[in-house]
Write a protein that binds this ligand. Structure first.
Ligand code: C2E
Ligand code: CA
Ligand code: CA
Length: 698
């Protein structure tokens, strides 16, 4: 597009003259012969210069220029007035007032006009390109601002004094402040210098700028509204020009959500979700830290292990929701007794641990333990039911029982185990005897494992008599351990160990096979006629019964070894039946179908829920020897024996009395119609060769 100028003169010839003069210049000339036309042209065109005659009819040159200069397009357009000679002096002032930059007298010097117009052209072109560049810059600036305002990150511009000069929309939103309340403030008002625990001038933020550096901080806090903090991640960078810092930029993000998730994960990893107490991981972490500290400073501390007594009963009878509720209530009671500084952890199941710090004496721990036991003496309200649950507590103290987390924990656990053994609902301190006992316990377990493997176990047999017919009805097989150094060891010593270590299953299999083979040899073949109704009773531990395919295992073993099921009687305790009644009933039915008979052992010492017992497919009840022992002395027990026998008979079950030692006892039992008797009165348990003497001959 060519550059234009406007020439205004009422005499056409003058206009032509101007055109001819300026012919050589790169421009287009618009011409008008009166003010009205000139203004019209000026409305629609931009001119590098205006050449204006002064004396014109209708509207003189001054008036015309004044109107043109009022148009926004022409506020700065230079005007040269062309005047007739001699008039100049009168007009000068008036001309400058409306914006003239120069005067030319008619007739004008062509060269002067050309050079003046050339300069104005050059200026105009210069101005144009400056304006374009400026427009470009403005456009870029607008684009940048939009970009900054649309990003989700807060962006803040700072001057050299760390005063905020710019804040994007996100920054205003995140800081919940108006832009006007942010711009002009010091960034100090928005950053929490305590984020890095230093005063402002020494803070990492200021240091970074002082060193003209950039920095990222993933764990800072900014102020929102000047009173609420929120977690941010920010990066700051210095703006450097000519090697000097001119200011800085801070870009930040609200990381509340991320922090929340992180906290949740930490929470999951360190706290028990049911009770809110510390979990096992945090317990170890804490104990390791405080034992290390106590080793340095010499403080006392105690570790307590707690186990709820009979928690399993609650789960089994009232359901898992009640169990969970109990755990929550139990942890509340613990919190009520303990101080804030004490760590309370749930290690899993119904096991809790407490770490007590700064104990003045061991009595402190005893007091706390007693307080816990007292707190547990109140009933727990579980869905409308009151349940009494005690707790057994083991205590180990630093440094007497150990100076590291593992030793202290083991000691507290051992002490708790002993608290349970000695009647529950009490507390025990660890002592070195316990240590010896654990040690020998471990040795015995290993020995027993080898004994089972090497056939050093053997069954002894104790006859069971039919009272009314005064004849043998069979035997109970009782395990003995033939120890190469210690001689014959009784099951009272090794059965509990076998149960704890899981060896009881191997032991049970061994006894079943040994006794079954003995039964086959004694009762079948040539002797079938007189001995075919005899049985050998085998004791079954609760743990064995828990195996899902218990009945199949037994029946498979019998079949494989050609042992007739009718010769086998299994003795189970009441508590074993109650563990999973439905499953037990199913398994017992399978066994009975195959011909195996079932006896309840030690009857009267367990739950003794007579009505419950009806549901089980049972052939015999064995009255516990504690009742028999007191015959002739305790009237109450005699009444109980009478009731048991009557009840069993009414359910179609036979009764066996255990531990019959005297003729009086036997007589009394006979008078009540008791079916069978077993005890030292007839024989102790003896090896098979001696037991054989009791068998009826052909
Ligand atoms: P239990 O099943 O109640 O066995 C009866 C216990 O009473 C036997 O003790 C027996 O020797 C004893 N006894 C028998 N008659 C009399 C008597 O007239 N007076 C007195 N004072 N005691 C008498 P033992 O053999 O020491 O067995 C103890 C317990 O060990 C058994 O009690 C049983 O629970 C368990 N046990 C024995 N062998 C096995 C086995 O093979 N497997 C399992 N799971 N447990 C076994
Ligand atoms: Ca028994
Ligand atoms: Ca018994």
């Amino acid at each position: 597009m060519t550059t234009r100028i406007l020439a205004v003169d009422d005499i056409e010839i003058n206009l032509r003259l101007l055109e001819m003069t300026l012919e050589a210049l790169p421009l287009t000339i618009d011409s008008a012969q009166n003010g009205i036309d000139a203004i019209e042209l000026a409305k629609n065109n931009e001119y590098a210069a205006i050449l204006m005659d002064i004396n014109m009819p209708v509207m003189n040159g001054f008036e015309c220029v004044e109107k043109i200069r009022a148009l926004p397009l022409h506020r700065l357009t230079p005007v040269i007035f062309i005047t007739a000679a001699g008039n100049q002096a009168n007009y000068v002032q008036q001309g400058y007032e409306v914006g003239a930059i120069d005067y030319l007298n008619k007739p004008f010097d062509e060269n002067i006009l050309i050079s003046k117009i050339s300069i104005l052209l050059a200026l105009f072109n210069e101005r144009k390109s400056t304006e374009e560049a400026l427009a470009q810059v403005r456009l870029l600036q607008r684009q940048h601002e939009q970009l900054l305002n649309f990003t989700a990150e807060g962006i803040i511009g700072l001057d050299i004094e760390n005063i905020i000069t710019f804040a994007n929309t996100a920054a205003c939103t995140l800081l919940t402040a108006k832009r006007n309340d942010i711009v002009g403030q010091s960034i100090k008002d928005f950053i929490d210098p305590l984020s890095n625990n230093k005063d402002w001038m020494a803070s990492e933020f200021i240091q970074t700028f002082n060193e003209n550096q950039c920095n990222q901080n993933d764990n800072a806090h900014f102020w929102r509204n000047k009173h609420a903090q929120f977690p941010v991640q920010y990066s700051q960078s210095s703006i450097i020009e000519d090697e000097h810092r001119k200011g800085g930029v801070v870009i930040f993000q609200d990381i509340s959500e991320r922090k929340e998730i992180e906290n949740k994960l930490v929470n999951l990893a360190k706290f028990d979700q049911l009770t809110g107490l510390s979990n096992r991981a945090l317990y170890w972490e804490f104990l390791e830290k405080v034992t290390a500290n106590s080793q340095r400073v010499g403080d006392n501390l105690c570790v307590m292990f707690l186990d709820l007594d009979h928690f399993k009963n609650i789960n089994d009878t009232l359901g898992h929701d009640a169990g969970d509720l109990l755990l929550v209530q139990a942890s509340e009671r613990l919190k009520g007794v303990l101080r804030n500084a004490d760590l309370i952890a749930r290690l899993g199941g119904d096991e809790f641990a407490v770490v007590l710090q700064q104990m003045t004496s061991i009595n402190d721990a005893a007091n706390v333990a007693q307080k816990i036991i007292d707190a547990f003496s109140q009933p727990f309200h579980l869905f409308g039911k009151d349940s009494y649950i005690g707790t057994s507590i083991g205590i180990a103290s630093f440094p007497e029982h150990g100076i590291d987390a593992i030793t202290l924990t083991k000691a507290a656990d051992t002490a708790m185990y002993h608290a349970k053994k000695s009647g529950r609902n009490n507390f025990k301190f660890f002592d070195s005897d316990m240590h010896m006992r654990i040690q020998s316990h471990l040795e015995v377990t290993n020995d027993l494992r080898l004994a089972i493997k090497n056939n050093h176990l053997l069954p002894y047999y104790q006859p069971i008599m039919h009272i009314a017919e005064n004849r043998i009805s069979g035997f109970e097989a009782l395990a003995r351990w033939n120890h190469k150094e210690k001689g014959i060891i009784s099951p009272g010593v090794f059965i509990p160990i076998a149960e704890e270590s899981g060896l009881i299953e191997d032991l049970g299999q061994f006894m079943l096979l040994a006794a079954g083979q003995q039964a086959r040899q004694w009762f079948d073949g040539d002797h079938k006629k007189t001995r075919k109704h005899l049985t050998i009773a085998i004791n079954v531990a609760a743990k064995q019964l828990k195996q899902k395919n218990f009945s199949q295992q037994i029946l498979a073993l019998l079949e494989k070894n050609k042992i007739a099921a009718r010769h086998i009687k299994l003795e189970l305790t009441e508590s074993a039946l109650m563990d999973d009644p439905l499953d037990v009933i199913r398994q017992l039915n399978d066994l009975r179908q195959a011909g195996v008979t079932i006896a309840i052992d030690d009857f009267g010492t367990g739950y003794s829920s007579l009505s419950y017992l009806k549901k089980f497919p049972i052939d015999y009840l064995k009255i516990d020897q504690s009742f028999i022992r007191d015959i002739g002395e305790e009237k109450n027990d005699e009444a109980i024996i009478r009731a048991i026998i009557q009840m069993a008979h009414s359910l179609g079950q036979k009764v066996i009395a255990e531990g019959v030692e005297t003729p009086q006892q036997l007589e009394f039992l006979a008078s009540l119609g008791c079916d069978y008797a077993q005890g030292f009165l007839f024989s102790k348990p003896v090896p098979w060769r001696e037991a054989e003497q009791f068998l009826p001959m052909q």
